[in-house]
Design a protein around this ligand. Structure first.
Ligand code: CAA
Length: 259
């Protein structure tokens, strides 16, 4: 697994896309290594939050691998699209919060990877876009779906139809990212946020993620039913009893057990 690096810092995992010669483009090999890293994190009971970033100082991910895609047949392109989407959906449905730390270009599959994460923090030098139509294709790893859900649909269409890149301040203005930092402050900020999240009851954070994500694809009544199920399910956990005991006994320093 050398195209994706996996580090662990306490309860936080850092996944780094490591294909710097191609600005961290997502070849099949990179996607396979990313799939393996996500599976590792999923199975690690001690990991409560995840950061995804790109190696180097120039690029988060510059998209799907154009050299690999160029000669694909329709069937091969469908397989590539299905695989990329499967890996991104693994991230989106991971029962742990995922922060994208966007350290440069987030184009095509790079923007799509960032959008599969829960929270996007970016460096001030980051550049976003879906340039696929300029290559004669559509976005292929979820861009047509997630961008149109994340920002106003007219803006999503403008970004996809023009293929124009947008700079970090504009990405912040339209809500594509939550916050911007000087490049050297990006990872410390992402780690601080991840560690802050990891201090809370992991099962409650996971249940909140599930309720939000599933609710977005339901009617308001369906979403509220999902929330009631997730909320009440927390009352079967040790951490709910512990968290409420701590409040009532004025204990400030909590140590949840993830049970
Ligand atoms: N695929 C394959 N190789 C890529 C790549 C990509 N997406 N992006 C960059 N590279 C390679 C370049 O070919 C170049 O390789 P060589 O050194 O061997 O020539 C190397 O990375 C450095 O890139 P540049 O010389 O182009 O660097 P730059 O600073 O001049 O430009 C850039 C940077 C603006 C990001 C430019 O590289 C670029 O436009 N990249 C492609 C972006 C793109 O179109 N992404 C969408 C891909 S399609 C997609 O993602 C489909 C999908 O949804 C699944």
């Amino acid at each position: 697994m050398d195209k994706v690096l996996l580090q662990k810092d306490g309860n936080v995992a850092i996944i780094t896309i490591n294909n710097p010669k191609a600005l961290n483009a997502l070849s099949t090999e990179v996607l396979q290594d990313l799939e393996a890293a996500v599976l590792d994190v999923k199975n690690d009971k001690d990991i409560y939050a995840v950061i995804v970033t790109g190696a180097g100082e120039k690029s988060f991910v510059a998209g799907a691998d154009i050299a690999e895609m160029k000669d694909k047949t329709v069937e091969e392109a469908a397989e590539y699209g299905r695989f990329g989407n499967k890996v991104f959906r693994d991230i989106e449905t991971l029962e742990k919060p995922v922060i994208a730390a966007i350290n440069g270009f987030a184009l095509g599959g790079g923007n799509e990877l960032a959008m599969a994460c829960d929270i996007r923090l970016a460096a001030e030098n980051a550049v976003f876009g879906q340039p696929e139509v300029g290559l004669g294709i559509t976005p292929g790893f979820g861009g047509t779906q997630r961008l149109a859900r994340l920002i106003p649909v007219g803006l999503a269409k403008e970004i996809i139809y023009t293929g124009r890149n947008i700079k970090a301040p504009k990405a912040l203005e339209i809500g594509l990212v939550n916050a911007l930092y000087p490049l050297e402050e990006l990872m410390p900020a992402a780690l601080k946020m991840a560690k802050g999240i990891a201090k809370n009851a992991p099962l409650a954070v996971a249940a909140s993620k599930k309720a939000i994500n599933e609710g977005l694809n339901q009617t308001i009544d369906g979403g509220i039913a999902t929330e009631v199920a997730e909320f009440s399910g927390c009352f079967a956990t040790e951490d709910q009893k512990y968290g409420m005991d701590c409040f009532l006994n004025k204990v400030k320093e909590k140590q949840f057990s993830n049970k």
